[in-house]
Each structure stands twice: as structure tokens, then as C-alpha cells.
Write a protein that binds this ligand. Structure first.
Ligand SMILES: CC(=O)N[C@H]1[C@@H](OP(=O)(O)OP(=O)(O)OC[C@H]2O[C@@H](n3ccc(=O)[nH]c3=O)[C@H](O)[C@@H]2O)O[C@H](CO)[C@@H](O)[C@@H]1O
Ligand SMILES: C=C(OP(=O)(O)O)C(=O)O
Length: 422
């Protein structure tokens, strides 16, 4: 199993290229299922979840080819197996995104419930409820969602859907299903994440009629068929945020090419308050810090608030910053798995339910730590970059799920980091 060996203490310097967003590429690969015509996606990141999604849709009968420049060409014209089996779904939450498009285009789908994940229970009740409001008949049996249309129906019907909470993949499933439904769908309490906007823009290129994306009320006027399109995946704001924290925590300076500061306002505001310098420059974001940061309290919320996917990485920065901070996780009930591992490096943190209190400024020293989920892994890498001595981060298959060649990018910034297989 691969591990990352980090010798800490080197400030990061230089330039790093930010890849396309995992959380936009995954729904956009599923959007290709909506059309019988070819779809070309550019800027697709090279990571495990994308490989899993390609395997999943190829298994349905879709042809998918990727080149070395991040372009994936898909053709779902011959799709003959609208099914997502457990073996391919168990490692990836985003596989639930096959449900909406398959049901909308074929009138039936069988999708395994996504596997459990360390950050919380993550039910899909809202996905099911919303699609049922559009007329779908859905039963859950033997771990599978079996979805179909009522007798005599050719298409889903537009509906007014108000979810109990803001759900990102739920909003994406409804967007894709509604694009091919009969009549108008209105999504209230819709997620506003940049990945939703990017997906909506892709669907519009395919002929979908969508307005209000980027707000909490999205309207979709269904059409009979969608055509092919060419689309570039938006830059990964979470990867950019991770590098911002890594550079600031190590007291370095770097330019994040393709980084989108406008998608990271909540994180950048906290970095500025902490004393780092962050500027938008043409083509990306520049970050600079002299170390001696001031720890920041924050609370995760839906976009445009502080992203839960940046909570662990900013906590790593708070470890080396001066003073106490309180980190409140409001989205997932079990997303502090990195805390115990950080304490192995010498961090002083206490947790009480959804609140972690960090005593910043404790000297960190290298140790073997275990990655428990994707962003926890990234936070341990950041902590390892500042810790004295050697840190070995185990179980980095979590990291590989969602980061595009992270250790190579960090090495490019001067980090002493290598992948070891043991
Ligand atoms: C592939 C992808 O895009 N993943 C992102 C997406 O996950 P994902 O879309 O799974 O997360 P949601 O926005 O749906 O989850 C938000 C909250 O709603 C709950 N919920 C959600 C749906 C549902 O049917 N029932 C329910 O109870 C969840 O358990 C969670 O507590 O948004 C999360 C929140 O920004 C991010 O951390 C993930 O990186
Ligand atoms: C939780 C995440 O991803 P997923 O929803 O794919 O598990 C994440 O990207 O941090």
C-alpha cells in the first residue's frame, strides 16, 4: 500500500498548476449519459474517482477515451446497461449521480446505494424524494435503488422540489433529470456551489434550458433530447485552497495558476485575517506568508460559506498559527477523523461534538499517521510539511481519490516528499 514520506520544514516556493475540479468532472461525466451524441470534456483531472467513474460508465456501454492532456471523449449512443453495480460504486459517493441521467433518458435505472464513508452517514433520501416528485417509482432493495417510470409514461414530469437541506449531488441529479423531463422543474433550496454552475453551463451547451443556477432557486424547462457538446471543467477550488493553506503554513510564496479566487472568498478572507497575503493575479492566485500567522476560528457552511472540504486543511494551518481557534463542522457529523492523527504529530486539540478547539503554536514533530478520508489526508500532508523530522502518511489511496498528482506538485514547490510502496 502506498504511503507518503515527508521531511518537513521547507517553505514552499514556485508555481503550481491547479487541475480541473473533481466535484465538477464527476457530474459532468454523468451528464454525457443524457445524450446519444459525443461529448468532449477538457481539463479532466487525473485521479482515482475519475478512473472509477469512467469504469462505471464504460460498464454501461458508453465509449470513453482520455488523452494525456486531460481531454475525455464520451459517446453514450450505444448505452445498453443502465446499471451501477455495487463493486464499482462502493468507493465513490458520486456514483449516485448516474441515477438522474439514466432514469431521464432510459426511463429506468438500477443504481447501488453508495458505500459508507468515514465523514458521516450520507443518506440519499433527498435524491429519491426529489425524483419521486418528478413521477419516478423508486424502490430500495438488496442495497440497490430500482427506478422506473409509471406505466405509460415516456418521460419524467417537471416538479417543484424543495429539499430538506442543501444538497450538492442532489441538486445535480435533479438538474440532469429535469433537463429531459416534460415541463418545468423548479428547485428551491438548491446548492449554489461553483460546480453546480459549471454543470448547468455544460447542460445548456447540450441544449438544456436552465436559469437561476448559482442561486438557491433554479428553473429548468425540460426538452425532448440533448445534443453533444464540448466543455472545459472548472478549476478545482478545493485543490487550490489546499495549496493556499500549505504554502501559508510553511511560510512560503507561490503562484497557483488557474486558481479561482472568486470561488474561494470564505477561505481567502480567513487567510488574510490570519496574516497571509493573497492576491488575484492574471491567470491565478498568489499567496505569500512569513509564517507567524494568527489562528482563525471558522464554521463550515454551504457555498458561499466556508467549505467543509477545506475544514481539515485549514485546521492544519491553525496548528502552526499563534493562539486558540474554534473549528465548527456543520455539514457532516463525523468529519474530525484527522484530529487524533494530528495529535500524534504533537497538535493540541480537543473536540466536543461538532466543535474542535485548537491550541495553536505547539511544536509539531514527525510521526506515522493514517489518512482516514480524502481531505483528512491532505491536512496530514500539510501538517507533515511543517513538522520537524519525518512524517509517514499511510493509506493515501484516500488522497489519490481526489488529488491530481499531489506529491509531484508539492515536489515542484520544493517540498521533500516521496511516495513509498511498502
Ligand atoms: C462528489 C461531490 O460533489 N461531493 C461533495 C458533495 O457531497 P454530497 O453531495 O454527497 O453532499 P450533500 O451536499 O448532499 O450533503 C450535505 C448534507 O446533507 C445530508 N444529506 C444529503 C443528501 C440526502 O439525500 N440526504 C441527506 O441527509 C448529508 O448527509 C450532509 O449532511 O457536497 C459536500 C458538501 O459540500 C462535499 O463535502 C463533497 O465533497
Ligand atoms: C467528501 C468529498 O468527496 P466525496 O463526496 O466524493 O466523498 C470531498 O471531495 O472532500
Amino acid at each position: 500500500m502506498d504511503k507518503l514520506l515527508i521531511r518537513g520544514g521547507r517553505p514552499l516556493h514556485g508555481e503550481v498548476l491547479i487541475s480541473g475540479a473533481k466535484n465538477a468532472a464527476l457530474p459532468e461525466l454523468c451528464a454525457a449519459l443524457l445524450s446519444a451524441q459525443p461529448v468532449t470534456l477538457h481539463n479532466v483531472p487525473r485521479l482515482q474517482d475519475v478512473a472509477t467513474m469512467l469504469k462505471l460508465i464504460r460498464n454501461m456501454g458508453v465509449t470513453a477515451e482520455r488523452d494525456d492532456n486531460g481531454t475525455v471523449t464520451l459517446n453514450a449512443g450505444a448505452l445498453n446497461n443502465p446499471e451501477a453495480p455495487y463493486e464499482l460504486v462502493k468507493t465513490m459517493r458520486a456514483s449516485v449521480l448516474a441515477l438522474g441521467p439514466l432514469l431521464a433518458r432510459f426511463g429506468h435505472a438500477k443504481v447501488s446505494l453508495p458505500g459508507g464513508c468515514a465523514i458521516g452517514s450520507r443518506p440519499v433520501d433527498q435524491h429519491i424524494k426529489g425524483l419521486q416528485a418528478m413521477g419516478a417509482v423508486i424502490t430500495v432493495e438488496n442495497g440497490y435503488m430500482n427506478a422506473s417510470l409509471p406505466e405509460g409514461w415516456k418521460r419524467l414530469k417537471g416538479a417543484h422540489i424543495t429539499t430538506d437541506m442543501v444538497t450538492v449531488t442532489g441538486t445535480e441529479n435533479f438538474l440532469m433529470a429535469a433537463a429531459l423531463a416534460e415541463g418545468e422543474t423548479v428547485l428551491e433550496n438548491a446548492a449554489m456551489e461553483p460546480e453546480i454552475t459549471d454543470l448547468a453551463e455544460m447542460l445548456i451547451k447540450m441544449g438544456a434550458r436552465i436559469s437561476g443556477h448559482g442561486t438557491s432557486r433554479i428553473t429548468i424547462e425540460g426538452v425532448e433530447a440533448l445534443h453533444g457538446c464540448e466543455h472545459a471543467v472548472v478549476a478545482d477550488r478545493i485543490e487550490a485552497g489546499t495549496f493556499l493553506c500549505a504554502v501559508a503554513a510553511t511560510g512560503g510564496e507561490a503562484f497557483l495558476r488557474h486558481g479561482r479566487a472568486d470561488h474561494l472568498s470564505a477561505v481567502i478572507d480567513k487567510l488574510l485575517e490570519a496574516g497571509a497575503q493573497v492576491q488575484t493575479e492574471e491567470g491565478g492566485i498568489r499567496v505569500r506568508s512569513q509564517g507567524r500567522l494568527k489562528a482563525q476560528s471558522f464554521r463550515t457552511t454551504e457555498y458561499p460559506g466556508f467549505p467543509t472540504d477545506m475544514q481539515a486543511q485549514f485546521m492544519a494551518l491553525n496548528l502552526v498559527a499563534e493562539g486558540p481557534s474554534m473549528v465548527t463542522e456543520t455539514i457532516f457529523e463525523n468529519r474530525f477523523m484527522h484530529v487524533n492523527e494530528m495529535m500524534r504529530l504533537g497538535a493540541r486539540i480537543t473536540t466536543d461534538g461538532r466543535v474542535a478547539t485548537v491550541e495553536g503554536g505547539a511544536p509539531l514533530s514527525g510521526a506515522t499517521v493514517m489518512a482516514t478520508d480524502l481531505r483528512a489526508s491532505a491536512s496530514l500532508v500539510i501538517a507533515g510539511l511543517v513538522a520537524k523530522g519525518e512524517t509517514l502518511v499511510d493509506r493515501i489511496y484516500h488522497l489519490d481519490r481526489g488529488y491530481d498528482r499531489m506529491e509531484a506538485k508539492l515536489r515542484g514547490l520544493g517540498a521533500d516528499i516521496e511516495r513509498v510502496s511498502q
